[in-house]
Ligand binder design. Sequence first.
Ligand SMILES: [Zn+2]
Length: 292
Amino acid sequence: MGKGLYMGTNSIEFHRRFQSDDDCYEYLSELKWSQAYVCEKCGGSRHCKGKKPFSRRCIKCSYDESPTAHTGFEKCKFSLLVAFHIVFKISTKKKGMSSIELSNEFSLRQKTCWAFKRKIQTVMKSSQTHPLTGIVHVDEFLIGEYEQGVVGRSHNSKKRLVIVALEIIEKGVGRAYAQVIERASAKEFKPFFNAYISQETQVITDEWKGYLPLMKDYKKLEQRPSNKGANFKELHIHIMNIQGWLRGIHHHCDKENLQGYVDEYHFRYNRRSMMGSIFNLTLQKLIFNNVR
Ligand SMILES: [Zn+2]
């Protein structure tokens, strides 16, 4: 790659590196075809220069492909430069950026920002290939307002229920995952457990009966009284942080949108010790994850 991969979270350096659309097209082109060039139309592997700078033309079928073609940047309603800066902000800022903030900062319509942000959230969804190990604390919480000791886990239909799992490691807390669910039942818990928690690991929940059927697959599942959250201190801090972030960044969102936010939150959270590479990772996902 010409100037090498951009690593870091410093916005002054980022502004210096990406000053024009061409800077971004060049970067995208090198990321997209860094492994190998394969023609989207015919599978050909040889190319020459395309019509536009940084585009590539297939020698075999003459298909001229822009670096943005077949990626999350295709048919973007604003310049690639702006798109890069939005990806940078959302991926590297600790709390991301809401579509209202993006709209103010880049003088775009909020709807336009929201549509692009949705794409970014889509690629922030977990691949579900790195299940939690170690000691895993699990609980559910409501988005809306935090209630402790809700009898029978009944909840207001306007509120949304989220299940969350947090790894407790020697140094403190490890990774975490969360999922919006309909109700606090074993049927809803099971897919979440299967996707995010290793069966070999020790899982600790409170004494809600909904977790009992999971002991069949999770032999080391253990229940402890919650003691108003005192026995799950790290997890409750994690939950409060999610709730605080959601309150600050959005007001009304439907169930599908809420999952997008929960994914966005954990994408950054699980990479908090490697924020330097998070911009590239997000770009790569926008290129290769088919989110047009
Ligand atoms: Zn071709």
